[in-house]
Structures are given as C-alpha cells and as structure tokens.
Write a protein that binds this ligand. Structure first.
Ligand code: Q46
Ligand code: ZN
Ligand code: ZN
Length: 313
C-alpha cells in the first residue's frame, strides 16, 4: 500500500488490500467477498461443478485447501461437499498428525463431513517408510505425489464422488505450465489445466477451483477469515527446480501485471483444446492387474511403489 491511505473501491472504507491486476483496493470484508466471487466465476468459466454434484475436497491442512474448504462451503447448497484427509505418516514435527487435526477441526466447525485415509492402516506403509527405503531412488515428493493421487482418487470413487477438488492455486499452475512449456512436455501439458476429466470407471475427475486465485490471495483470505493453517512445513519439502521456476514467474508478474492469469487462462481456453485434439495422451487406459484401478501399464505405479516399500521394511 502506498503512504496515502487508499479507500475500498466498493464501500469507501479504509482499504486493506490492493489488487493491481484488477485495479482494485478493498477493505477486508469486500476482499473476502471478492475472492469467493472469483472462485465462483472460475467454477462457472471452466464448468468445474454441476448442480447436484458430490464434490470431495482433498484437504491437507495448509492455507490453500483450508481457504478452498471455506470458499466452497460459502457457495451454497447447489452441490454436496465433503472433505478427505490423508494421514501420510510423516512423524517429524508431528506433521501428519497436525495436518489431520487441523483439517478435521475446520470441517467440524463448518459442519462438513470429513473422511480420513490412514496410509499405514489402510495400505501398510508411510511416507517415512518411502523415505527410508533404499529400494526407492526417486525424490520422496515424487513418490508422495503418486501416493496422494492414488489414495485420494480411490477414496473419492468409494465415496461416489463426481469430482475431486484440490487446492492448486494460480502460482502452482502458472509455474508448472511454464516449466512444461520450456521442457516441451506435451504429455504433462495435456494433463494440465483447471479440470482433468475422468477417463472411465474408477477415476474421478479432478478440479482446481483456485486455478485463477494466487497464493498471496489465499494467504490473505485465511488471514482475514481468522483461519489458522497447520504451522509445520513438511520436513521433506525442499528447494526444488520448481520453486526456482516460481521465482521466475513472480518476476514476470512484477514486470507485466496479469502474466500469471494470462498464462493459465490462455492455456486452458486456447491451447489445451488444440493439444488434446492432436495428442493421444488422454486415450484409452487399462486396469491395474493388482488393484483394478486405472493405469497405462500392467501394474499401476502405486502398487509397484507399495510392493517395493513393503519388501524393504
Ligand atoms: S507432503 Fe509429500 Fe508434499 Fe511432503 S513429502 Fe513432498 S509431496 S512436501 S505437498
Ligand atoms: Zn469495502
Ligand atoms: Zn494398482
């Protein structure tokens, strides 16, 4: 904010936030309303939710998914909302236990049904086991991604969900998009965007209602709503090439306001439809020989990972 006190563009009260890309200054109440409207427009623009849908929200206890929980809950009764938390079994700093505790507490406060998947109880291993397994060479976050995608999809299928919502925000999406462009990774590009449709039975479509909402906006949203996300950072979160790419995208936004939105919106509206038409990445997929869930190989990556971890325990 500049030295001269700005006024809210909607009510004239003292403004708390400035949104240069929207040419708006807003007081805290109108900022909260603005973000909720913004997410509602994203849902409409990309047809993410239909009336009567059963939406399962993947909740980590972090600021993005908690903001999304409150925003989706504020949007009315047009669809059914329930939440899903995965206990990954990360013991350091009690990270997993705290994540589940915070997620469960906010669901209880809002009256949203909460379901927990316990990786250790339900599948016999934890992310700590993945980390200490000598049989797995890939970075732990990459295995964790496989695990989270699999268990959330499976739970959503069992819950009869129409879609699985995740808290990926504008910064995550614009960063990954730019990185995939630079690597010319067409397979990943075709799988990006605000919605990844189901490709048959036992696969729930994944939606990203925060596709056009920035990390800074979700931080401000939780702050002004008085929401306290889990304080701990996952002990396995490292400075990765993708976090450096995030800095580049931030620089781009600084030099040219609106770059992030232009990147993701242009991709979803103009580039993805052409790519999808000319690329077979979203073609037929088969069933895993072990678990029966969708995969493009004979045994899915989750079952392969699980077997390796269990064998090295
Ligand atoms: S939980 Fe899993 Fe993240 Fe932790 S191990 Fe990596 S991916 S950092 S969002
Ligand atoms: Zn106002
Ligand atoms: Zn499998």
């Amino acid at each position: 904010m500049s030295n001269r006190a700005k006024r809210c563009s909607w009510c004239g009260e003292l403004a708390s936030v400035k949104l240069p890309y929207a040419r708006l200054s807003l007081c805290s109440n109108h900022f909260l309303e603005y973000i909720e409207r913004r997410v509602k427009n994203t849902i409409k623009r990309y047809k993410l939710i239909r009336p009567g849908d059963r939406v399962v929200l993947s909740l980590s206890g972090g600021k993005d998914s908690l903001a999304l929980l409150h925003i989706l809950n504020s949007l009315g009764d047009d669809f059914e909302l329930c939440a899903l938390g995965v206990d990954l079994g990360i013991k350091k700093d009690e990270y997993s236990a705290r994540s589940i505790e915070v997620s469960e507490r906010y669901c209880r406060e809002l009256g949203v049904e909460f379901l927990k998947v316990d990786l250790e109880k339900d599948y016999g291993f934890t992310i700590d086991d993945v980390f200490s397994s000598r049989r797995i060479r890939r970075p732990v976050c990459s295995s964790c991604g496989v695990v989270k995608r699999y268990v959330t999809n499976r739970a959503a299928v069992e819950l009869g969900a129409d879609s699985l919502a995740t808290g990926h925000n504008l910064d995550d999406e614009s960063t990954v998009l730019l990185s995939n462009y630079l690597n010319a990774d067409i397979d990943l590009l075709v799988r990006s965007g605000p919605v990844l449709p189901s490709r048959g039975e036992r696969m729930v479509s994944r939606i990203k209602p925060l596709y056009e909402t920035s990390e800074w906006e979700t931080s401000m949203y939780v702050y002004y709503r008085g929401i306290q996300p889990v304080e701990q950072k996952c002990p396995y979160a490292l400075d990765t090439p993708i976090s450096r790419m995030k800095e580049i995208v931030n620089l781009l936004e600084e030099r040219r306001t609106g770059s992030k939105i232009a990147l993701v919106r242009g991709f979803a509206k103009k580039i993805k439809p052409i790519l999808a038409e000319h690329h077979s990445a979203l073609g037929e997929i088969g069933q895993c020989e072990e678990c029966g869930y969708p995969t493009s190989t004979s045994v899915c990556s989750f079952c392969r990972l699980r077997k390796r971890v269990l064998n090295s325990k």
